[in-house]
Design a protein around this ligand. Structure first.
Ligand SMILES: [Zn+2]
Length: 249
């Protein structure tokens, strides 16, 4: 498993800043990409994938955790992949009511002829299965990775966006808070490691969840805009941290 893009939980006060996680899973039979990032990954996604040793044409399964724009947007880079979506998410996308969905992409995705709907419990490849995690959207899904070389891992998408949601079971931007709580609890019951939709890799211990690495992002303002003759750099750092699990999780 390689995290091609590490998610980030920041957002703008007045707009969109969605850095969602993109994960490459390679095993003997198949290459799987979990989510595609949003428009912010449009330029970098394929180079990043190539740097990780996988060509976009080699991706067998493009697993879309849910039909939000920062997860599905770059689906078209993978001409040979089956596009895997939970059947409840397709039904939800067809309603066209969620403003975070890129509605103009639904028909092109369906026209590829490569869209495959799945349900929780289905196996994609040996040791890799689908888990239905509704809440953020009705058809949110993750992948369970049972690889002897890894702690039991869940790629959670936006069913669990951050360390705070993993620790509390509570989340902003959920269509059904009680479902979100149940989905977090389900993952908590067996997983040892979680890749959340918008945060760092999380390690689940007996009574706490840890983000063992810091995340650093730099915002660059070009020269002469703020400082004459030089650029201004704003550093954002999320330190490594941990949170206790709330009661009931
Ligand atoms: Zn989302």
């Amino acid at each position: 498993m390689r995290v091609i893009c590490e998610g980030f939980p920041g957002k703008m006060a007045n707009g969109y800043m969605g850095w969602s996680s993109v994960v490459l899973v390679e095993q003997r039979e198949k290459k799987i990409l979990f989510d595609t990032g949003g428009i912010d990954k449009r330029v970098d996604l394929c180079p990043d994938l190539l740097a990780a040793g996988a060509h976009p044409e080699e991706i067998d399964y493009l697993v879309i955790s849910h039909f939000h724009l920062d997860h599905i947007y770059n689906y078209d880079y993978f001409p040979n992949a089956e596009i895997i979506l939970h059947s409840d998410e397709l039904a939800y996308a067809r309603k066209g009511e969620d403003p975070w969905q890129p509605h103009h992409l639904l028909a092109p995705v369906e026209k590829t002829g490569r869209l495959r709907c799945v349900r929780g419990g289905e196996t994609l490849a040996s040791g890799i299965s689908v888990i239905h995690l509704p809440g953020h959207t009705p058809g949110c899904m993750g992948l369970v990775l049972e690889d002897p070389a890894l702690p039991l891992t869940v790629l959670a998408g936006d069913a669990i966006k951050t360390i705070a949601e993993m620790a509390t079971g509570k989340a902003p931007m959920t269509s059904a808070p009680e479902q979100t709580y149940a989905s977090v609890k389900k993952v908590r019951s067996f997983a040892r490691q979680v890749v959340p939709g918008h945060d760092r890799l999380l390690v689940l211990e007996k009574d706490r969840v840890m983000a063992r690495v810091a995340a650093r992002r730099t915002i660059i303002i070009p020269p002469d805009i703020v400082d004459r003759g030089k650029e201004r750099r704003l550093e954002l750092t999320l330190e490594q941290t941990w949170l206790p699990f709330c009661n009931g999780l």
